[in-house]
Design a protein around this ligand. Sequence first.
Ligand code: SF4
Length: 256
Amino acid sequence: MQQSNVKELVSEFKDKELDEIMRYFLAAYAGSSVKDQDRIALASSLGAEDQVLTHIILSIKPEARIFILDTGRLHNETYELMSRTMKRYEMKYEFLFPESADVEAMESQDGPDLFYESIENRKKCCFFRKVKPLEKILSSLDVWITGLRKEQAVTRNALEKIAWDKANGLIKLNPLADWTEKQVWAYIKEHHVPYNKLHDQGYPSIGCAPCTRAVKPGEDLRAGRWWWETPEQKECGLHLVDGKLAGRRGSHGSSG
Ligand code: SF4
């Protein structure tokens, strides 16, 4: 896949419906045999948007690849949602864990809750628990699907539905880029999509348990993520900002 092909895809699918876009990409990047895995997958954080995409994708292709970055620090409610979703759709996730040697070395040096000490420590933890495992799976894909939306954060204002991920050399498909929060929840209710019980307890955005809190009425959607940092710093390295894999160790930016 080349960056130039992406420009053609952007123009071809500019005015197409979400269902048509998903059908095209799931078919175009399917594996050519049972042994040959699909080159397209959804990166699910089990958030509301990812649950919507899980529903849509599995209704088109029941065996589509959906992977989870299990940091080892997720809420119990998130693990419970994984089980509920697996039963509802009769599917299995691909689980990605951090390298145990990385986590052992990090915690031995800085302790288990290092992320509260400094932004550098927080990004180090996100790097070992999320970014590094993600980079590993992205190297096997041509397209990764995300549930990112423009209105989620100041760092996502320029988000496009189909974009070239320069740092990882693949297409990043953000089908819900233009959706509002209201649309997401209307879809969930209409289609009885399973969702995280924490959403009913004031958590609009859910990440790792020690780095997520409930938000107060009127607060920004991502105010509860890394709440001790400023909005411009609230990304964890999973998503590009201005063409850079922001949030990698030693750089700034990106999400989860
Ligand atoms: S969100 Fe918090 S616990 Fe999770 S990987 Fe990042 S710093 Fe570590």
